[in-house]
Design a protein around this ligand. Sequence first.
Ligand code: NAD
Ligand code: DAO
Ligand code: ZN
Length: 369
Amino acid sequence: MDVRAAVAHQAGQPLTIETLTLDGPRDGEVLVEIKATGVCHTDAYTLSGKDPEGLFPAVLGHEGAGVVVDVGAGVTSLKPGDHVIPLYVPECRACEYCLSGKTNLCQSIRSTQGRGLMPDGSSRFRLGEDSIYHYMGTSTFANYTVVPEIALAKIREDAPFDKVCYVGCGVTTGIGAVINTAKVEPGANVIVFGLGGIGLNVIQGCRLVGADMIIGVDINPGKKALAEKFGMTHFVNPKEVEGDLVPYLVELTKGGADYTFECIGSVQVMRQALECCHKGWGESIIIGVAASGQEIATRPFQLVTGRVWKGSAFGGAKGRTDVPKIVDWYMNGKINIDDLITHTFPLDQINDAFEVMHEGTSIRSVITF
Ligand code: NAD
Ligand code: DAO
Ligand code: ZN
């Protein structure tokens, strides 16, 4: 079938809207009509050419929501008409990783997904005779895409696509890091570094679990009002702190934070986030993705004396199990997504979504089809 897609032909170039040929779903695959997709920093990172695993030409996009149109042989858990969110971290429920109970990083289709291909090693997208790569197993910058069954979360049918698409990455990453990775308990003191699309979801996750002090740290004072709406109790602008930030935050939390979250991707901030944790038990969660080749450093004595450094991918969430629950939380009013979606564009204006992201004027842009 013919599909409309925003194609990344080359690193550093704007996306171009093309009509592609999409082959139907093969064994274990599902054809999905994408109704809405968010535009995330990871799409921009890959498009910039800085992502060493970035492949071109490709259909980017990993934060979508849509409707099942057709299923391939052997698909048992989904049928046409089901509403779904594609998952860049699948959940096969059968691989060593899924069965470990220790991680959400299902590995069953990891190698082909990383090479921009479906699990059988081929692509479903073509432009004329030329094959176009998939991206993160999802390729949501197209009005139709093909996704493995194990990489689709079935969600309730009354959830609005243009809001819950954000659960496909940012919402789950932030809230999941609080609940699944850190396991923040009621009454905890937390510090969130970076109040963008991820950090604000960490903040609302901390409020949800009943954290006490929720300190937000950002160099942009324009983030304060929205962060307060999401549950931040104290705001710190590092540019306004005299002297070192770490002792200032240790003093503010009377000994250090129980949990800190780095939601920027800066290795310097990752060190600060670890070192303002409470001696003996404070845990720092790295969510931000640092540029390729960067390294983190601290004095090992920071860890010897009980601070813990952890990372979190997709909020530690098992997508097919957890994503439908997070959609329910939104529909039941437990979490706020609407105020984070600052811009909406049609597909042919998708480059404007990247523009407002680079300007720093958006939290999340959503493309509707
Ligand atoms: P964003 O740009 O919307 O937000 C970053 C915020 O950090 C901005 O408000 C900015 O003002 C602030 N900031 C920048 N430098 C700072 C500094 N030195 N000190 C304090 N604040 C500073 O980005 P986002 O969409 O929220 O994404 C954050 C990070 O999370 C990115 O690195 C992204 O790639 C990553 N991410 C990780 C996962 C995962 O699963 N681990 C998933 C999605 C995104
Ligand atoms: O299993 O090796 C693996 C990779 C899993 C993908 C995790 C990606 C999380 C960070 C990237 C940000 C995604 C938007
Ligand atoms: Zn698995």
